[in-house]
Design a protein around this ligand. Structure first.
Ligand code: WQD
Length: 337
C-alpha cells in the first residue's frame, strides 16, 4: 500500500484528507506538532476508518524527526499542510510565520530530495490573488501584493516550488489554491476545531447557533455585492480532500521537474448573508447577528474558475453550500458546550 506523508495531518483539512486517502487505498502517515490541532482527531479518524492512522508527534522543522520519518517509511508522496494560517496573528508576528511556513517547506524539500521521494502536493490559498481584477479568478490571474505575512508565505512558497522545478531538483509538484474550506465529515467524528474565538465565518456561525457565542458580527454590508456583504467561494472540506487524492494520482505518471497549480473552490460565490440564511434553513434556528464595520484586509468578492482542475484532474465538487453547512452544524452539535 502506497504511503503518503501528511504534514499537519491532524488539522482540519489534513484529517479529512487522511480519510480520503484511506478510502482511495493509500496509507497516510501523519506528522503534527498539535500546535493548532487536538489528539482527539486521531480517535475520530480511528472511529471513521476502523484502523489507526500512524502518526508522529513533532514539528516538521525538526530535521532529525523528518529524517526518522523518511527512514522508517518508504513514502511515495507528501502532502504539505503544516503551516500557521491566522491572518491577523501573522501581522503581529511575521517572523514566526516566515520561519515556520517557509522554513518547514525548505526542510521538506531537502528531505524529499535526499530520500528520493518525488511527489509533493502543496497547500496554497486564494489569498495570493488579493482582490482579483476579473472574476471568476483563474490560475493565470495575476497574483497581487499579499494582504498579510501569512498570504505572503504562500506566495513565497509557490515561488520556491517553481524555482525548485526550474532548477530540476527532481521533484514533481502540484500547488492547490484553496478558497474557503467549510463543512465536516458526515460522521461528525472530525471537523473544524478553531482554538479560541473563531476568526472564520462558518465556525463563528455554528458556535453562535449553539449558544457558545452571543451573536455574529457581519463585517460590513456596504460592499458592491447583491446584498452588500462580501462574497466568497465556500468549498466542502471533503471535496477539498478529494482534490488532494486526485493530485497524488495525477502526479504518478508525470515526469520529474513537473509543476502545476490549481484553484480548488466550488466555482460559485455566496455572500455572508446567503451563508446566514442557508445556515438558518439547515439548522432550523434563527441566527443572532448584527451588522458591524468592515474588517481591514477583507477582499470584497472572490470565487474560483474551476475549469482547469476539472479538465486536468477530473475533479468536480460533489457538495453544495447547504450540504457543507449541514455537516458543519452536525459537527458543532457533536462537540461539548
Ligand atoms: C469570510 C467572510 C468576512 C467572520 C481566510 C483567510 C484565507 C483562508 C480562509 C487559510 C468575509 C466575513 C467572517 C465573522 C464576518 N485561510 N466574516 N464575520 O477571510 O475569506 O479567508 O480564511 O488558508 O487565507 O484569509 O475567510 O471565514 O474569515 O471570512 O462577517 O465573524 O465572512 O468579512 O467576508 P476569509 P473568513
Amino acid at each position: 500500500m502506497e504511503k503518503i506523508l501528511i504534514t499537519g495531518g491532524a488539522g482540519y483539512i489534513g484529517s479529512h484528507t487522511a480519510v480520503a486517502l484511506v478510502n482511495a487505498g493509500y496509507q497516510p502517515i501523519i506528522i503534527d506538532n498539535f500546535s493548532n490541532s487536538d489528539k482527539s482527531v486521531l480517535n475520530g479518524l480511528r472511529n471513521i476508518l476502523g484502523e489507526e492512522v500512524p502518526y508522529y508527534d513533532g514539528d516538521c522543522n525538526d530535521a532529525d524527526l523528518m529524517k526518522k520519518i523518511f527512514t522508517e517509511n518508504a513514502l511515495t508522496g507528501v502532502i504539505h499542510f503544516a503551516a500557521y494560517k491566522a491572518v491577523g496573528e501573522s501581522v503581529a508576528q511575521p517572523l514566526k510565520y516566515y520561519k515556520n511556513n517557509v522554513g518547514s517547506l525548505l526542510l521538506l524539500i531537502e528531505t524529499m530530495q535526499s530520500f528520493g521521494v518525488k511527489s509533493l502536493v502543496f497547500s496554497s490559498s486564494c489569498t495570493v490573488y488579493g482582490q482579483p481584477d476579473q472574476l471568476p479568478v483563474r490560475e493565470d490571474t495575476p497574483r497581487k501584493l499579499a494582504e498579510s505575512p501569512y498570504g505572503n508565505t504562500k506566495k513565497i512558497c509557490e515561488d520556491i516550488l517553481s524555482d525548485v522545478t526550474r532548477s530540476k531538483l527532481g521533484l514533481k509538484i502540484i500547488s492547490l489554491r484553496y478558497f474557503n474550506p467549510i463543512g465536516a465529515h458526515e460522521s461528525a467524528e472530525i471537523g473544524e476545531l478553531p482554538l479560541g474565538v473563531p476568526a472564520n465565518l462558518v465556525p463563528f456561525v455554528t458556535q453562535t447557533g449553539a449558544g457558545i457565542r452571543k451573536e455574529l458580527t457581519v463585517y460590513g454590508d456596504d460592499y458592491a455585492t447583491p446584498d452588500g456583504t462580501c462574497i466568497r467561494d465556500y468549498i466542502h472540506v471533503m471535496d477539498l480532500a478529494d482534490a488532494h487524492v486526485k493530485s497524488i494520482e495525477y502526479l504518478k505518471d508525470k515526469p520529474v521537474d513537473f509543476f502545476d497549480l490549481f484553484n480548488v473552490g466550488r466555482g460559485k460565490g455566496n455572500t455572508v448573508m446567503e451563508v446566514i440564511k442557508s445556515f438558518e434553513k439547515v439548522s432550523g434556528k434563527s441566527l443572532n447577528y448584527k451588522i458591524g464595520a468592515r474588517r481591514p484586509g477583507d477582499v470584497e468578492k472572490v470565487w474560483a474558475d474551476t475549469t482547469k482542475i476539472s479538465e486536468k484532474l477530473k475533479w468536480n465538487p460533489q457538495y453544495n453550500l447547504e450540504d457543507a453547512l449541514r455537516d458543519s452544524w452536525r459537527w458543532q452539535l457533536s462537540l461539548p458546550l
